[in-house]
Design a protein around this ligand. Structure first.
Ligand SMILES: [Zn+2]
Length: 205
């Protein structure tokens, strides 16, 4: 396999990127200034060293010299610890934060559970239980399921509910869905702040 083919293969593995786009990316790299190519390569090489997975919400955050195990959101004493929002991926946290109306905490599950499956080892199921336990000691009362409005997202919501069933019942936790305010098939990542604001205000049990 040539260098170019290998690069195309890597780009094809990026989320949402098809074979044609992957080729366009690779050929774009060929037209870039050498200094930019060097810069890009260095950024990719060092990315994992400069970013840490938060021990509590499991989103990735830039260390910026500090050695903290937790991200700025989880460490923020002004965030409302009665609410925990469970979402699929890091970029969903950014979408919610941009809307500026949510002041609770998050948990990034790391993926969705495809329809007709009931278990997935790639999801952070054990970590979610641990984070929930921690937040229960801080007055947690509501779990907000914020998955995309499609069959996989709905299946993931059901999975999370059954995973946490005992704790939900034991502590009379309210479980709400962001769903209704978002149109069918829409992904959080692409929803505009106004839509997210409405979805949050109109969340349903
Ligand atoms: Zn965090």
């Amino acid at each position: 396999m040539t260098h170019l083919d290998k690069l195309i293969t890597y780009f094809e593995k990026f989320p949402g990127i098809g074979a044609r786009q992957a080729r366009r990316f690779a050929f774009h790299v060929l037209t870039m200034e050498q200094s930019d190519v060097d810069d890009l390569a260095k950024l990719i090489t060092n990315l994992q060293d400069t970013v840490t997975e938060c021990a509590r919400c499991h989103r990735f955050f830039a260390q910026n010299g500090s050695q903290s195990e937790m991200c700025s959101i989880c460490l923020d004493g002004n965030r409302d610890r009665s609410k925990l929002m469970v979402l699929e991926r890091d970029t969903d946290v950014q979408s919610i934060e941009r809307s500026g109306v949510y002041d609770g905490l998050y948990f990034v599950l790391g993926g969705t559970l495809p329809l007709l499956t009931d278990t997935d080892n790639k999801l952070r199921s054990a970590a979610l239980k641990a984070t929930l336990d921690t937040q229960l000691t801080e007055g947690l009362s509501e779990i907000i399921l914020a998955f995309s409005v499609n069959p996989d997202g709905e299946n993931t919501g059901r999975y999370v509910e059954s995973l946490l069933k005992e704790k939900i019942e034991a502590h009379s936790l309210q479980v709400t869905q962001l769903g209704r305010g978002l149109s069918t098939g829409s992904e959080l990542e692409y929803a505009d702040p106004e839509t997210i604001k409405n979805a949050l205000r109109n969340r349903t049990s």
